[in-house]
Structures are given as structure tokens and as C-alpha cells.
Design a protein around this ligand. Structure first.
Ligand code: IYR
Length: 228
């Protein structure tokens, strides 16, 4: 019989939660400003080699790690890859997979959906951006040889990555959510344990001075909200 993982062993011990109330006028100002600033976020594929203070990236990871998660199991690992040799290996393996994808594995419908984004099999950002963050989801908890279930892993890690992208953008950094498929090579290159599965590869840095982005339009509020 498996023992409980440490995460499940604690009884319910509520503590007071009394966040400071932001006056409505100020809250409205903050919310409107945030809305404008987040509208300016773009996924960037061309990075400047200009160095980035590591603390900015660490702070953004710390923000991501505050995300809510299923049963508060925090099923994420953030691998910050700085070593240029490791990054070159990741790029080589990713481009090998992408070649197969773009040369047929994706299929016509998927390729045509990607057309407006201008993506292809070349992934220079994997080595050009000053930081490469590989996010892993912990499919289950590994306690020695014992496995314990994790709940809502994809949802939890997805929320954490969303918060990471928000924090990076508000710190003036650009990022790209890259999901090479299949991603198993990342576990091997980064020597991750068997309970972890790569979720996304995220180059982080300042946009290249000549960076361009696709001419995309976001859905308006009226297209995404249904009020009942
Ligand atoms: N993983 C490939 C293809 C790709 C897929 C989707 I969905 C995108 O939004 C963008 C790209 C690549 O990274 O090029």
C-alpha cells in the first residue's frame, strides 16, 4: 500500500486572509492600465543578444510559481538553460523534429492555420535569446520509487505559464511559447526524472531591434464574453 505523499499529509489548518482593499477608483485605474499594457504583449521570434538581468527572469518564475494548482501540488519545474552547449543541442534536436513536422507531419490544414504566423522549421531563438526556460509538468509525484497522483496538471502548468508571460511582459521582456512536438528529447538533454514531461520551451530576452511580428488582430471583448 502506497504511503501518502507529503503534500497530502497535512490536515486543514485555515489561516486568516485579509488583503488590503484597493479603493475602487485606484483599482479601475490599475485595471485599465494593465489592459492597455497587456494588449501590447506580442510573441516574439527574433531576439536581441543584449544581456538581461537574471533577476528579472527569476522574479517572473517566482510569479509563475504563485499560480493556483490542483490540490496545491504545484506540479511544475522550471529549468533555466544558460549553457550555450546545452542550448545548441536543444536547438538541433528541436529543428530536427520541426523539419519532420513542417515537411508533412502537421498536415495541410495545420500548415495553413500557421501560415499567418510565418513560422517555419528554423528556430534561431533557441540559441539567440539570452535565456531559455524549459517548463516541465510533473505528471505525478515521485517519492523514491512510489508514484502519487497529481491533479489537473495541464491546467495548473498552463496557468503558471500564463502568469510567467504576464510577469515577463510587465518587466519589459519578450518571450516565445514554443512547443516542439514531440518534446521527449528535452527530458533526455536536460536529464529530467521520469515523472516530468516538457510543457513548453520559452526563449526570453529583449526583442531584436529589427524584430517583426505577424499582423494579428485580437478578438474584441464582445467576441469573448457572454453575459447571462
Ligand atoms: N511547433 C511548431 C509549429 C507551431 C504550431 C503552433 I499550434 C503554433 O502556434 C506555432 C507553431 C513550431 O514551433 O514551429
Amino acid at each position: 500500500m502506497a504511503t501518502w505523499s507529503p503534500m497530502h499529509s497535512k490536515p486543514y489548518t485555515p489561516v486568516p486572509y485579509r488583503p488590503e482593499r484597493i479603493p475602487a477608483e485606484e483599482a479601475l485605474r490599475v485595471a485599465a492600465d494593465l489592459r492597455v499594457r497587456m494588449q501590447q504583449r506580442r510573441t516574439v521570434r527574433a531576439f536581441s543578444e543584449e544581456p538581461v538581468p537574471e533577476q528579472l527572469v527569476l522574479d517572473a518564475i517566482a510569479v509563475a510559481a504563485t499560480a493556483p494548482s490542483g490540490a496545491h501540488q504545484q506540479p511544475w519545474t522550471f529549468v533555466l538553460v544558460k549553457d550555450p552547449v546545452v542550448r545548441a543541442r536543444i536547438r538541433e534536436a528541436a529543428e530536427q523534429e520541426e523539419r519532420l513536422s513542417y515537411d508533412g507531419r502537421l498536415g495541410e490544414e495545420w500548415l495553413s492555420a500557421l501560415l499567418p504566423l510565418g513560422t517555419d522549421m528554423h528556430k534561431p531563438h533557441l540559441t539567440d535569446a539570452p535565456y531559455l526556460l524549459v517548463v516541465f509538468e510533473q505528471r505525478y509525484f515521485l517519492d523514491g520509487d512510489e508514484q502519487h497522483k497529481h491533479y489537473y496538471v495541464g491546467e495548473s502548468v498552463g496557468i503558471a505559464v500564463g502568469m510567467l508571460l504576464t510577469a515577463l511582459h510587465l518587466s519589459g521582456l519578450a518571450a516565445l511559447t514554443h512547443t516542439p512536438s514531440p518534446m521527449r528529447f528535452l527530458s533526455e538533454v536536460l536529464n529530467r526524472p521520469r515523472n516530468e514531461k516538457a510543457f513548453a520551451v520559452i526563449p526570453i530576452g529583449y526583442p531584436a531591434p529589427d524584430a517583426v511580428v505577424p499582423d494579428l488582430v485580437r478578438k474584441g471583448l464582445d467576441q469573448v464574453i457572454v453575459e447571462v
